[in-house]
Write a protein that binds this ligand. Structure first.
Ligand code: 48F
Length: 258
C-alpha cells in the first residue's frame, strides 16, 4: 500500500469536521474532563443522551492522574467503589471502608467507558463564556486553548445545549464567568459563588454530592466546582465524591430530559 500524506490529512480534517458539526447542538455539554465530568458523561451517554465534553488540556483526567502529591494512587470509600467496579477499575481494600486504585488506570477507564458509551470528548477547547436567553443558559462559547494561551485576538464559536455541567474543578469557571459577565443571581445562599474552604475530607465528600446540582437555570455543577459554587471544603486525594457527584448530576439530568 502506498501512503499518501494528503489522504491522511483529508481523513483527519473530514472526520473532525463531521464530529464537530454533529455536536454543535447537544442535550448536555460538560465543561471539564476530570473525574466528575467523565463520570457524568458516561452515565448520560449510557442512557442515549447526546453529550459532549469540552476539555481545555491535551489530556483528560483533570487532577486524578497525580493521586496525592504525585503518588499515583487514589482512595475511594465503599459507596463509590461500586462506580469504579462499573468502570472495570481494579480496587484493593486498604483498611475497612478505604479502597485504593491506580490513578492512571482510573483515568483511562473513565475516559474509555465514557467514549464507548457514546460521549464525544473535545480536548484542546476552552469554554470562555456561556450563552444566555431569557434567564437560562442555553449553550457555550468555545475557543482553542492555544488561542487562549497565546492570547490571540480570535473570535470563538458557540454550541447550543439543553443543559450545561460545570465540571471545571476548583476554578468553577462556568459559574465565575456567569457571575462576572452577567451579574445574575445564582441559586446559592449569597446569590454569588460562595467559595471553597479548607481541607475537611469527611465533610467535603458529603457536601460535594449535595452541592452537585443546578446553580442557575440550565447549569449544574459537578465535582469540586460544586463546593466552590455553593461553599464547602476541599478533600484532597479521596475521589469517591467526584464519582458520586458525576453520577448524581447525570441521574438528575436524565429525569429533566426524559
Ligand atoms: O480539576 P478536575 O479534576 O475536577 P473534578 O472532576 O475533580 C477534582 C479532583 O481532580 C481534585 C480533587 C479531589 O479531591 O479535589 O481536584 O471536580 O478537572 C477539571 C477539568 O476541567 C478542565 C481542566 O483542564 C480539568 O481537566 N477545565 C477547567 N476549566 C475549563 C476546563 C474551561 N474553561 N474549559 C474547558 N475545560
Amino acid at each position: 500500500m502506498s501512503i499518501d500524506e494528503i489522504k491522511i490529512s483529508r481523513a483527519i480534517v473530514d472526520s473532525y469536521f463531521k464530529k464537530l458539526m454533529s455536536n454543535l447542538e447537544v442535550d448536555v455539554a460538560i465543561v471539564g474532563a476530570g473525574p466528575s465530568g467523565l463520570t457524568c458523561a458516561y452515565y448520560l451517554a449510557k442512557r442515549n443522551i447526546k453529550v459532549a465534553v469540552f476539555e481545555r488540556k491535551l489530556s483528560v483526567g483533570g487532577g486524578m492522574w497525580g493521586g496525592g502529591i504525585m503518588f499515583n494512587e487514589i482512595v475511594v470509600q465503599t459507596k463509590a467503589k461500586e462506580i469504579l467496579d462499573e468502570f472495570g477499575v481494579r480496587t484493593r481494600r486498604f483498611e475497612g471502608e478505604y479502597f485504593l486504585a491506580d490513578s492512571v488506570e482510573s483515568v483511562c477507564a473513565l475516559a474509555d467507558k465514557a467514549i464507548k458509551a457514546g460521549a464525544k470528548i473535545f480536548n484542546l477547547l476552552s469554554v470562555e463564556d456561556v450563552m444566555i436567553r431569557t434567564g437560562r443558559v442555553t449553550g457555550l462559547v468555545l475557543n482553542w486553548s492555544a488561542v487562549e494561551i497565546a492570547k490571540l485576538h480570535v473570535d470563538p464559536i458557540t454550541i447550543r445545549s439543553k443543559f450545561v455541567v460545570d465540571a471545571t474543578g476548583h476554578a468553577a469557571e462556568v459559574a465565575r464567568v456567569l457571575e462576572k459577565k452577567t451579574n445574575v443571581k445564582l441559586k446559592t445562599k449569597t446569590g454569588k459563588t460562595v467559595g471553597e474552604t479548607s481541607m475537611w475530607a469527611e465533610m467535603a465528600e458529603d457536601t460535594i454530592v449535595k452541592n452537585s446540582k443546578e446553580f442557575y437555570p440550565g447549569v449544574y455543577s459537578s465535582g469540586m466546582a460544586s463546593n466552590a459554587v455553593f461553599g464547602g471544603p476541599r478533600m484532597g486525594p479521596i475521589f469517591g465524591g467526584m464519582l458520586l457527584a458525576g453520577r448524581k448530576v447525570a441521574s438528575d439530568l436524565i429525569k429533566r430530559l426524559k
